[in-house]
Design a protein around this ligand. Structure first.
Ligand SMILES: [Zn+2]
Ligand SMILES: [Zn+2]
Length: 151
């Protein structure tokens, strides 16, 4: 005797869960950009010992301008046509600053009277400006320096 079980076959319907997503936007990979060299500005710096005016190179690191080196060749004073935008921020000497080429002073100051830069022996309290011949106390800190445009 045969009878049929009327058992339906188990439903094997599976709802698709992973539908193919529409083409997602691909962000092109340009890689990391090459590191930019730190901005450099130049300002004339006068040696208080040999009175030569040389080009001082300032490297910008964040909001800090670091005096990194002074070119040994002297430049004429009062060349104002090459004035460019002033550097502003805080001013320090870089850790690798070798010192003034004329006298190896390790620091520098900005004259409050004529705004000219001169080399300076750290710790010295008085400064005789080689530009305008004013002697003054060293006070405060430099917040801006007039740079020159070499371009
Ligand atoms: Zn010097
Ligand atoms: Zn001065």
């Amino acid at each position: 005797m045969k009878w049929r079980r009327s058992s339906g076959s188990p439903s094997s319907e599976s709802s698709p869960t992973s539908e193919s997503s529409p083409a997602s936007e691909r962000i092109p990979d340009y890689g990391t950009p090459p590191p930019k060299p730190p901005p450099i500005s130049w300002a004339p710096l006068c040696c208080v010992v040999d009175k030569q005016i040389r080009l001082a190179s300032f490297r910008q690191v964040g909001t800090e301008w670091q005096l990194s080196w002074v070119d040994d060749s002297s430049v004429p004073d009062g060349d104002s046509r090459r004035d460019s935008a002033p550097m502003s921020g805080s001013f320090v000497t870089a850790a690798d600053y070798p010192g003034c080429p004329g006298c190896s002073n390790a620091g520098f100051v900005r004259c409050g009277s004529c705004t000219g830069l001169g080399c300076w022996q750290p710790g010295t309290k008085r400064y005789h400006c080689p530009h305008c011949k004013v002697t003054a106390q060293i006070t405060g800190s430099i917040t801006s320096i007039k740079s020159i445009n070499l371009g």
